[in-house]
Design a protein around this ligand. Sequence first.
Ligand code: F6R
Length: 616
Amino acid sequence: MCGIVGYTGKQKAAPFILEGLKRLEYRGYDSAGVAVQEKGGLKLAKKTGRVANLEQEAAKHRLTGTCGIGHTRWATHGGVTDANAHPHVSSDGQIAVVHNGVIENFDSIKKFLLGKGFTFRSETDTEALGNLIAYHYAKEPAANGESRLLNSVRKTLRHVEGTYGIVVLSIDSPGELVCARRGSPLILGLGEGENLVASDVSAIVSRTQSVVYLKDGELARLTPVDFAISTVNEGEIEPVIDQITWSIDAADLGTHTHYMEKEIFEQPAALENAMRGRFSEDGSTAQFGGLNLTPAEFRQVDRFMFCACGTAWHACLVTEHLIERFARVPVEVDYASEFRYRNAPLHPHTLFFVISQSGETIDTLAALREAKRKGYRALAINNVVGSSIAREADGGIYQHVGPEIGVASTKAFTSQLLLGAMMALYIGRMRDMSFSDGLNYVQALKGAPDLVRRVLTQAGHIKAVAARYAGYNDMLFLGRLSLFPIALEGALKLKEISYIHAAGYPAAEMKHGPIAMISERCPSVFFVTKGEMFSKVISSMQEVKARHGRIIAIATEGLELPAGLCDELITIPDCHEAVLPIVATIPVQLLSYYIALERGCDVDKPRNLAKSVTVE
Ligand code: F6R
């Protein structure tokens, strides 16, 4: 949520910062701004709307300085106005700051500073932070061999409650940036004669692949030729330098119109990457390198708890189904935002899992911390390497699907489903699943990328279906067993990018309320597959048809459906139960994408949303 970029080096800072902000725009797109140190002082450009607006504004200011900071905002405190856009400059004009997070005691800080003669131009909590740094800066000795800016930031942060990722500069300290994090990610990029900072590696990977992930409670001081890390309570620390393993091409659109489209079509490769090297040599089970649990310890677990938010929560629900079905171990699933507060009693031998694409979702991180605080071992399924969740978990599994930029999660979700299915296999094979069932299961998972490719060839047909349904304002998604969570996911995908109201239910639940919605104005998407639920789902479809509801059926190839029952048919290949949720997801992703396009929506940046929700 919100994106930060900072640059200090030999080249003009503004072009790099604007380029970085464009790459971070998916993190927030209410407004954007940039501040650069210039010979005559500080130059500032801020604008509501997209980074493209800021680019036009910045061009008027002729920004030539080589040290600067930028921000793209997702509003928390204060409306979407130019004044509330970051960077914020202290009222004495000394300090500029960009900030992600929420300063909880900003009111009392503001009262204190008003008493000291500082003034405020915005409604943001961040401005209080900038003014407090300026207050300490003014009191800091000008030349005692230490960084005046670093010391004043450190003093300020001792009085701050809440969460932050900040980058600060001062007008009279050329080339110096100070950053700090608590709860909001910051990554340093180490270049040749230049150093960078950003809230996300995608903003800096075009310049360097050497990075340092700042930890909570740490500060960093950057100059063009040097960097040093310390803590809020002093003491320099030895940095750990990591190498990013993907290049800028992975974050480019290529030939696609939208990131969401690109990421939907990348799914076969994403699944291949997520499973690579993760099957045992005998081909009968899964293996994971980073669980930090011996098979014997894993064997002791007699209950699992999965927590996540949004789409990742749907992945937990499918994983619950598969672990209970194939490993016969009880699983509980909770929204991370609820779990963190409801003080749920956990069974003693519970293994706790969170699932998070970004690894920065604050509720999921808090749920992980709560489980660890209670003494439970807590693992993570996570995509972004080096994220807060990855670092705080006791172990886990990386998704390895590369950067997901589209705000609506697609390839991250199907890879979470795959890893959940592999976890069910791993646990099942430790218990009662036979060798030959394990072999079949593995073969099925290995075949998933090709099955997804097959569904993707229907994109043209699904686009045509979408064109016929883009005018509706309500839609239901109905499925059973492991496809109930996919019904939830279909409804979430549709509403978040097309603003059509949609809801997902287990198909049989429909008659307990949602059926009241059914009319010729509310179509339903049904998942109908071979097996024990076939006739039950057909009955639910009949009930909809009897009430003049239109039906889009997502059905297994070769199924004989009663004549005239569905208005639209999208087929999916017949497949193993562990793969079915993955394969069934593709049509609802495409349907939502094409409906949103028909409605003229900005699919990659839906209104009010941002990728990675780092505030409560
Ligand atoms: C929906 C979507 C969100 C995220 C949720 C959790 O398409 O992307 O619902 O799934 O915000 O995000 P992560 O997985 O980053 O924790």
